[in-house]
Design a protein around this ligand. Structure first.
Ligand SMILES: NC(=O)c1ccc[n+]([C@@H]2O[C@H](COP(=O)([O-])OP(=O)(O)OC[C@H]3O[C@@H](n4cnc5c(N)ncnc54)[C@H](OP(=O)(O)O)[C@@H]3O)[C@@H](O)[C@H]2O)c1
Length: 216
């Protein structure tokens, strides 16, 4: 192993690409995954650092930490393609949201209040340590975030305490002041529910480069 560790990312969209670029810039080895890795050739060519591309299965097998950055409605299908065996014992950072765009913008949720994608992922991967992370922040602010009113801690939740401490360390490596732990993976119900609100606030502020911050 070189650098700070190997990160496998499932997701070829803007979220996967931003996270891949950012983790590589901070000294992690990255494999970015897609059902069709050829679509990531341009990303790979343009991204400095130790980056590679692969299938979902190859990326999950590669990562000591695996990040889920797939469409919410496809997350469980992507895990099946990646093979649940490749997640055993690993920290899994779940950035996905169960957004429902069937009525256009702003989105609703196709799942919520009594269940969440975070819980579905943890049930599907009982031997992995799932931590909900990154889902409440816009992708342009994932890495070395800056906000005019100060950078809030990243809201996270999950069942495994050491996994949450490792997540806090990783976030600090990426320029965050750390994590705010809001509970077990069942709290993903409320972290995911914040996202339709985040979109509505963004429309009101006329920017998607904002974050939700709690003050006291
Ligand atoms: N946009 C943001 O700023 C932001 C911030 C935080 C969290 N999120 C969440 O992050 C996730 C990724 O968002 P995104 O905009 O980057 O990408 P996206 O367009 O929501 O998803 C693209 C990824 O989903 C995979 N996918 C789509 N249909 C699939 C299927 N039937 N089976 C397997 N995989 C499938 C695609 O696979 P292929 O590579 O094979 O095409 C691709 O890797 C979402 O859940 C989103 O809610 C977004």
């Amino acid at each position: 192993m070189t650098g700070k560790g190997r990160v496998g990312i499932l997701g070829s969209g803007v979220v996967g690409q931003q996270l891949g670029r950012g983790f590589a810039a901070h000294g992690f080895e990255v494999m970015l995954g897609s059902r069709d890795p050829r679509k990531l050739n341009a990303w790979r060519a343009a991204t400095p650092g130790p980056v590679s591309t692969g299938t979902f299965e190859e990326s999950a097998a590669f990562g000591e930490v695996v990040i889920l950055a797939t469409a919410g409605s496809a997350t469980e299908e992507a895990i099946d393609l990646a093979d649940p065996k490749n997640f055993v014992g690993k920290l899994v950072l779940d950035a996905t949201n169960p957004l429902d765009f069937s009525h256009g913008m702003p989105p609703g949720l196709f799942l919520g209040t009594t269940d969440s994608l975070g819980e579905r992922v943890q049930r599907k991967l009982p031997d992995a340590k799932v931590v909900k992370c990154f889902n409440t922040v816009g992708n342009t602010r994932f890495i070395d975030p800056k906000f005019r009113e100060g950078v809030p801690p990243m809201l996270i939740c999950g069942n495994d305490e050491p996994a949450k401490r490792r997540t806090d360390q990783i976030l600090r490596e990426l320029g965050w002041p750390g994590a705010m732990d809001v509970g077990g993976i069942d709290a993903a119900r409320w972290l995911e529910a914040m996202v339709p609100l985040w979109v509505r606030v963004g429309r009101s502020l006329d920017t998607y480069e904002h974050a939700i911050r709690f003050v006291r």
